[in-house]
Design a binder for this molecule. Structure first.
Ligand code: FE2
Length: 313
């Protein structure tokens, strides 16, 4: 049985009351958005003839999602983070601010306040003896290829189990998280360990929904970056290591061709040697181009809830 009630006066009046249209107080923008959201949910119930059983299982799903702390994991899985990036890319295009290294999603696992050093940092705490040692290196330049000295390269990545320090309390403080200030030639380097890709918790709410969509919940091995320098657009990006099973099928849609990096095994890294890293190592090179802007709001990362970030709005 299919009934149509969306166009009735009863439903229209209900939606207006739900959104507080008949009340003076509150936030006008929020009222309009909630009105649209609830209208569209009602419409979905009508169009798909959603049963009460289906509806209530969705309500309890949202409750469990929150209790599991997975809302910020489901969002990228449903393409939200990627969609916001697409919008920002379009805004950049409109403002004539295209070019430079592409942005991609931040993810929910950044922790503010990582140790900062000049030119080079060792990112791992040395506790994982079986890990593949990597030497991350690169240069930060502007669009004309001019080196950018004193840019802040803020890097974070997972360990060999695909887990992030802080969220994984078994790791030491700020393990695999460092901020590196570029040298006079705009160069930065870091010794670290090859991260593993990771998947959504198999029993979690995100994977539960992905299963219903016939999708996996895996991410390839990747390394996150914030790169900033006054006078330039803040860059949020990440590199995916080439050759991972999921390099091109990231469940979070973060892969961009320009951000896939081949890791090269070398007997001795020239850059590594300058920083006391000797012997066979896997080099990961990522050069970054920042776009100049005089708009202060574009020079800093956008406000969002982040671990240990105290100065965010
Ligand atoms: Fe990540």
């Amino acid at each position: 049985m299919t009934v149509k009630t969306m166009q009735t006066a009863d439903v229209k009046e209900l939606l207006e009351k739900v959104a507080g249209f008949d009340q003076d107080g509150g936030n006008q923008r929020m009222k309009k958005i909630v009105h649209r959201v609830m209208h569209d949910i009602f419409q979905i119930v009508e169009d798909f003839d959603v049963t009460p059983e289906e509806f209530w299982s969705a309500v309890y799903y949202v409750g469990e999602l929150g209790a599991n702390g997975e809302a910020a994991l489901l969002a990228p899985g449903l393409g939200m983070d990627r969609y916001l990036d697409i919008r920002q890319d379009a805004e950049d295009e409109q403002a004539g601010l295209t070019g430079g290294t592409p942005r991609t999603i931040e993810g929910p696992l950044y922790v503010a306040g990582a140790p900062i050093s000049d030119g080079f940092a060792r990112m791992d705490d040395g506790s994982d003896n079986d890990a593949e040692v990597i030497l991350i290196k690169g240069q930060v330049t502007d669009e004309n290829g001019e080196p950018l000295a004193n840019a802040i390269v803020d890097i974070w990545h997972a360990d060999t189990n695909g887990a992030y320090s802080y969220f994984d309390q078994s790791q030491s403080e700020y393990n695999l998280r460092r901020r590196i200030k570029t040298d006079g030639e705009g160069r930065y380097a870091a010794q670290s360990i090859m991260p593993s890709g990771y998947g959504c918790p198999p029993e979690g709410s995100t994977q539960q929904l992905l299963d219903q969509l016939g999708r996996h919940g895996q991410r390839p091995a990747h390394i996150h970056y914030f790169v900033s320098k006054p006078g330039h657009k803040h860059l949020t990006t990440q590199i995916n290591i080439a050759g991972d099973e999921y390099t091109y099928s990231d469940f979070a849609f973060a892969t961009r061709e320009e951000l896939v990096v081949v890791a090269n095994k070398v007997d001795q890294s020239e850059v590594g040697a300058q920083h006391g890293v000797t012997g066979p190592v896997t080099e990961v090179e990522f050069n970054v181009t920042l776009v100049a802007t005089d708009k202060p709001e574009l020079q800093e990362r956008h406000a969002r809830q982040r671990a240990l970030e105290t100065d965010a709005a």
